[in-house]
Write a protein of this length. Sequence first.
Length: 223
Amino acid sequence: MKNNNLLSLLILIVIGVAAYFIVQTVRETSQAAVAPFQQVNEANRALQTQVSNLLNPTPTIIPDPVTYINEIRALARLETIQYSVEKVVTCQVNQGTFDFAFGDKVLFVGHGTVIGGIDMEKLRPEDMHFENGVLSVRLPSAEILVATLDNQKSYVYDRQTGILVKPNAELETMCRQSAEQEILKGALEDGILEHAQDNAEAYLIKFFAALGFPNTIFVSDQG
């Protein structure tokens, strides 16, 4: 009886070892069969990435290592007012009956800054006169000190190009230049120079008073 039990146990061990090797063989065979598909999928993903990079390239900016400084000039500008202006400009070519084929149109939204003030370098000693406790000052006329387009806030809102032509490369540049001019024009029409002059006088009255001249008047060239 003992011999029969040992024989049965030995048979079970042999069957278990055989089953283990069979499972391992099937697993390795399965992995070997799946591996080519994984390689194909990885190749497809790599190809899709390359195609995406070609269709949507990331701009590379390479500044010239050499910097040319043309001029250095000391400034004594009193900025007294700032305008932030938004202007919508439309630039177009070949508009008309066949604009769908040959036309090109850009709708541009420009954001800009205009700063007015006084250039104090133009104030000469003879423009200031103190008599009988009164300081008379002939201020330079207010002027536009800065008028610039904010490229980060400005953008092309819409562009329509005919089916038979390519986009005009200069059209957006023209829109930007026109927007900058219109922004400056709008500030001037709103009276930025008058406001800048008034603000400068109000500030300088306090400034001269702090220096010991409590009575200050501003005179014009005709005064």
